[in-house]
Ligand binder design. Sequence first.
Ligand code: PCA
Length: 321
Amino acid sequence: MRVKAIVAAGLMLAAVAAQADTKWDLPTGYPASNLHTENLQQMANDVDKATGGKLKIVLHPNGSLLKANEIKRGVQTGQVQMGEILMSLLANENPVFGVDAVPFLATSYADAYKLWQASRPVTEKVLDKQGMKLLYAVAWPPQGIYANKPINSAADMKGLKWRAYNPATSRIAELVSAQPVTIQAADLAQALATGTVNSFMSSGATGVDTKVWESVKYFYTVDAWLPKNMLVVSKKAFAALDKPTQEALLKAVADAEKRGWQVSEQKTKEYLATLSRNGMTVQPPSPQLKADMQKVGKVMVDDWAKGAGEDGKAILDAYRK
Ligand code: PCA
């Protein structure tokens, strides 16, 4: 009798365990209202719905669980199951990750998307070797120059206290003789407010996220590149899901990738309008500034191609086809 009861209790526990919801943590480096974060939240909601609550993905925005530069390691070491990462942040590890931050290689959404299609297979391969599965990538709006004074040429950038967010933006500072300091978006408002930095390159999105007009007054729409955030999952965590849940996740991320690119492009103008509305001067770069930045871009494309070797050549060939 007692044995039977114990066996029954054991079976019940096993049944409960099999049904228990899986909870995943998803750290991101950007605030909840950011376009990428909103897109991720919708993806998480879609997965929740499609799996009847079996897979719950909990977002941790703005570096609240892991800082932007810690997220990849967090996924690799199994501390979290998923993570959103600024791809070009990893360019020192492998130049393939930095192709979307090479100035003037792809400056429109159409070209950025084409570049992504050209670089996706290699990117997937590199991540796979590191125990991660690439789920999607979505572009940020085009990158321009923010500064606390008018900038009409590269000479005007000399000596600026320049906030960098990846190796490419540090390199730009070197090439124009500005002083680079690496600061991730979550700490940017503070760094501007305290005068640690007075200039940087980024999108209108990050300008709005950080209410940049409280510190800087000029934005030049250089449209130099469109960097991407990518969503990755630990292969181990993914393999532990049952087949229908895996399929629901893959469907939700495919939808999110499509939606993300559309929303990013749609919002580009709105962000610039918000900067203007808050008193900023928003304008295209002067011909001199544009020419100077293109010179910087030329040096960087050549450096990139050299550093990225065969993989890089394959990406550029596919992109230019
Ligand atoms: N915003 C992020 C990365 C690119 C962008 O547009 C940032 O400034 O950190």
